[in-house]
Design a protein around this ligand. Structure first.
Ligand SMILES: CC(C)(COP(=O)(O)OP(=O)(O)OC[C@H]1O[C@@H](n2cnc3c(N)ncnc32)[C@H](O)[C@@H]1OP(=O)(O)O)[C@@H](O)C(=O)NCCC(=O)NCCS
Length: 163
């Protein structure tokens, strides 16, 4: 897979994350975020947090992306979404978030919420394409550079095909 001549589609599956995926997820996490979660955080999420739902995207046996959320009553909060740099732009991030929205809906909950850095236009575009809309701003939310967090939410009960 070259960097300049990319295929237009790639084959991958999205499945629930297990403890065996944590090493690969930590690699994605460290390469994607300025304030990455620790291994212990992921271990707690997978082994102890009953509210947590995590998924990975796997391509030829390699974990290339992951996403997670906490589902509480009628709404869910996205904790993280990330795809390895060389696998971005193939729809994997979209598929991971879509999987979570489907799970939220299947569980009878209504809203999937998230926060995203104001400068992260790529992630915002993924969320907007899935139907998320801006519902607020947290001024100076991120500790490393005091960047604003844009709050977005999606009503998973709305059928976008019908809009
Ligand atoms: C955000 C992220 C998960 C998206 O994953 P991905 O697999 O590349 O996403 P997709 O391929 O499904 O969609 C990418 C979209 O961004 C768009 N895009 C790409 N570069 C962009 C840019 N600079 N500005 C705006 N949109 C951009 C693409 O056009 C595509 O939209 P399209 O489907 O309408 O063409 C990935 O970029 C990533 O891991 N980023 C680092 C971690 C991160 O920021 N996570 C989100 C935290 S809130």
């Amino acid at each position: 897979m070259g960097k300049t001549t990319r295929e237009t589609s790639v084959a991958y599956i999205v499945r629930p994350m297990t403890a065996d995926d944590i090493d690969a997820v930590c690699v994605i996490e460290k390469s994607s975020f300025s304030m990455p979660w620790s291994r212990e955080s992921f271990e707690r999420e997978i082994n102890e947090n009953a509210l947590a739902h995590y998924f990975v995207a796997e391509m030829d046996g390699k974990v290339v992306g992951y996403a997670g959320m906490w589902m509480i009553w009628d709404s869910a909060n996205v904790t993280n979404v990330a795809v390895l740099d060389e696998y971005r732009g193939y729809g994997i991030g979209t598929a991971l978030v879509k999987t979570m929205a489907d799970i939220v809906k299947e569980n009878g909950a209504q809203t999937l919420m998230l926060e995203v850095r104001r400068s992260n236009e790529r992630a915002q575009s993924v969320y907007r394409n899935l139907g998320f809309t801006v519902c607020g701003v947290r001024k100076g939310y991120y500790e490393d550079n005091r960047e604003d967090a844009i709050l977005m939410d999606l009503d998973v009960t709305k059928d976008r095909e019908e809009e």
